[in-house]
Write a protein that binds this ligand. Structure first.
Ligand code: 13P
Length: 336
């Protein structure tokens, strides 16, 4: 087995999932604005350090952490590199390598993710800085006339070129085609668009000689639009999610780690739990949550030194609940 196959398996080790702490400068500012905290470099380091120093969570429930470029180079006030704090807990450091979703020329309200130019050299540097895996997020939005074939095609092509470059550097690519929840579309529409997107993504991965045993897929769950008043039960969401992936995701893929995409913390946990109650799925099914692991922690912190413990406890609790959900053994009573 090559190194990338082993790393991919570690990323979806039993009862573990990924912490997405790779918010770009703009996104973390938005999150900090929500708690009235200035998005200074020191505050960003401090907040992320609290999460990474949460020993119980990191050692037991988290397999890897996705970092932003700034964070992979940062040290805490004692001079310890944040990457070394991650490694000390037995967790894998990862890095976001895309340069963001940019407006797709001649198309309305659609984007293509950029960042391929110079990526080979950047991956080499990130590997030297300790990254074992990477992330690239493609964004597909649903509206009356979108997504277009072009949008799905362009994004699938970029994801495949990124994934091949990662594997060349012995870095496991997280392949993230996110079909957004924004809009009033039905759950069936989400199913159809996700299916079309995933089929195109796997076509391209194979065309670009990507070893499917050495990737992790990071998709959305199959869920109705956030402005659709008809809410599905978590059982329906789970069944449609598994059905959709069985149609599109080859069995060699070791793991599927979901994004939370705007679901509340409890929804994201409950849906993952229901997904894992379904039997006979060929892949590990876990989490790679940003907001659904951090919302309570961020609120508890408020940018204050005296709240660090509360922040760490809130993060540890969510990590533990999602760990249980990744094995289908969570229940609402365990929320306490
Ligand atoms: P959310 O779980 O907040 O959607 O973030 C995950 C992520 O990494 C999006 O790219």
């Amino acid at each position: 087995m090559t190194n990338i196959n082993e790393i991919a398996k570690q990323m979806v080790a039993d009862g573990k999932g990924i912490l997405a702490a790779d918010e770009s400068s703009g996104t973390i500012k938005k999150r900090f604005d929500g708690i009235n905290v200035d998005s200074s470099e020191e505050n960003r380091m401090n907040y992320r350090r609290i999460l990474l120093e949460s020993k119980e969570a990191m050692e037991n429930y988290i397999s890897g952490v996705i970092l932003f470029d700034e964070t992979i180079r940062q040290s805490n006030s004692a001079g310890e590199k944040l990457v070394d704090i991650i490694k000390k807990s037995g967790t894998l450091p990862g890095i976001k390598v895309d340069m963001g979703a940019k407006s797709l020329a001649k198309m309305q309200d659609e984007t293509v993710t950029e960042g391929l130019d110079g990526l080979r050299e950047r991956l080499q540097e990130y590997s030297e800085l300790g990254a074992k895996f990477a992330k690239w997020r493609a964004v597909i939005s649903i509206s009356e006339k979108n997504p277009s074939h072009l949008c799905i095609d362009a994004n699938a092509h970029a994801l495949a070129r990124y994934a091949a470059l990662c594997q060349e550097s012995e870095i496991v690519p997280i392949v993230e085609p996110e079909v957004l929840m924004d809009g009033s579309h039905s759950i069936q529409k989400c199913y159809d668009v996700t299916k079309k997107t995933l089929l195109k993504v796997f076509d391209n991965l194979l065309l670009h000689n990507v070893d499917l045993k050495g990737i992790c897929l990071k998709p959305n769950m199959i869920i109705g639009g956030s402005e659709n008043s008809q809410r599905s039960t978590s059982k329906e969401i789970a069944q449609m999610t598994v059905d959709c992936f069985k149609e599109c995701v080859p069995e060699e893929v070791p793991g599927i780690v979901f994004l939370s995409g705007g679901q509340s913390e409890i929804e994201a946990t409950e849906n993952l739990n229901e997904i894992n109650k379904i039997e006979n799925t060929p892949w590990k099914l876990s989490f790679s949550y940003g907001r659904a692991l951090q919302s309570s922690a961020l609120k508890a912190w408020q940018g204050k030194l005296e709240n660090e413990d509360l922040c760490s406890k809130a993060f540890t609790h969510r990590a533990k609940m999602n760990s249980l959900a990744s094995e289908g053994s969570w229940s609402n009573q365990q929320e306490g």
